[in-house]
Design a protein around this ligand. Structure first.
Ligand code: FES
Ligand code: FE2
Length: 346
């Protein structure tokens, strides 16, 4: 018998999404930014991990640290999402000030008179999260039961020969669409849809030779290229939600981040070896063509989401040749939901 796709409720049930937030997103390492974005002390990147707001900041001592982007007083968000530089972290709500190491420095106007109990600042540091570095990329984990290298699994060998440290980050693009993050992931980890959804891309690869391997937290897809294609013919997806694709002279990474059960953002970072002015046009052309291919997937994902919501879908069979990656991803989702106490259907 063929392996089957997930049931529709996995993509639409808010209770399952809540379990994913703790059992998948908060308990696995998330790609945050290239290390090169932290240069001076106080440089930070603030972002969202399936609703959990976090930031990573370079300390006075040159150490990268991560924290929940959440004030200990009454829970305000401290830093706006994005990149910036700060000398200390001041809450915009009541002006509590934290040092770059997360300790609370000041809580102005907190006590009124001498007779009132004063606040013990040491009792109220920011909640820290784990930070780790791999090959020039910074990862963070809200709760980390395993090491980053354990999670990276098959990627460690796969990337042994690739000089990714020679690629320089040039820009980030965020793309948003209305579908569950797993519908997009199912789509990313198979090349089966390329003839139907990406006709130009289909013409530029030898589809008969398209190969997928799926194991050890890694889906690897390859195809010989022909003609004018910006891709180098190798696409990687890593558990739980990031990807790496190679161009000629560069690469992109992406993080597939849910904004809710039915809305997803893709955070794409582009890297190139050649940053010269002469190569600027070629870099922009690669990015433009790459984004066009990515966006071709959004309509199909949005309509699948609507069909899953409609109640008319029973799980269909997965192609043994082309949808191994879909099966691996879905198996990992189920395992993590089970360990997070999956909600049983009524
Ligand atoms: S919530 Fe941050 S100072 Fe009040
Ligand atoms: Fe696609």
């Amino acid at each position: 018998m063929f392996k089957e796709n997930l049931e529709a409720r996995y993509y639409t049930d808010p209770a399952i999404y809540r379990r994913e937030q703790s059992g998948i997103f908060n308990s696995n390492w998330q790609l945050i930014a290239p290390r090169s974005r932290f240069v001076e002390k106080g440089d930070y990147v603030a972002t969202d991990i399936a609703g959990t707001k976090v930031f990573v900041v370079l300390g006075e001592d040159g150490e990268l640290r991560g924290f929940r982007n959440l004030c200990r007083h009454r829970g305000a968000m401290l830093l706006k999402p994005g990149q910036g530089r700060c000398r200390s972290i001041r809450c915009p709500y009541h002006n509590w000030v934290y040092r770059l190491d997360g300790s609370l420095e000041r809580a102005p106007w907190f006590s009124h008179a001498d007779g009132e109990a004063s606040l013990t600042l040491e009792d109220w540091p920011l909640h820290d999260i784990s930070v780790a570095l791999w090959r020039g990329l910074v990862f963070a984990c809200v709760e980390s039961p395993k090491t980053l290298t354990d999670q990276l699994g098959g990627l460690l060998n796969e990337m042994g020969q690739d000089p990714i440290e020679d690629y320089h980050w040039t820009e980030q693009r965020t793309l948003i669409f209305d579908a569950n993050w797993k519908i997009y992931t199912d789509n990313f980890v198979e090349g089966y849809h390329i003839p139907g959804i990406h006709p130009e891309f289909f013409k530029a690869i030898d589809f008969e030779e398209f190969e997928t391997t799926a194991k050890d937290n890694l889906v690897r897809m390859t195809a010989p290229t022909k003609g004018d294609l910006f891709y180098r013919g190798r696409w990687l997806w890593m558990w739980p939600n990031w990807t790496l694709s190679f161009f000629n002279g560069g690469m992109n990474t992406s993080r597939i981040n849910p904004l809710g059960v039915d809305r997803t953002e893709l955070i794409y970072d582009f890297y190139f070896a050649d940053l010269s002015d002469e190569a600027r046009e070629a870099r922009q052309d690669t990015i433009k063509r790459n984004i066009a291919v990515i966006e071709q997937d959004f309509d199909i994902c949005t309509h699948i989401h609507q069909n899953y919501l409609s109640g008319g879908y029973q799980p269909g069979p997965l192609s043994p040749r082309h949808e191994k990656g879909v099966h691996l991803f879905q198996k990992l989702v189920k395992e993590h939901l089970q360990s997070a106490g999956e909600a049983k259907p009524n």
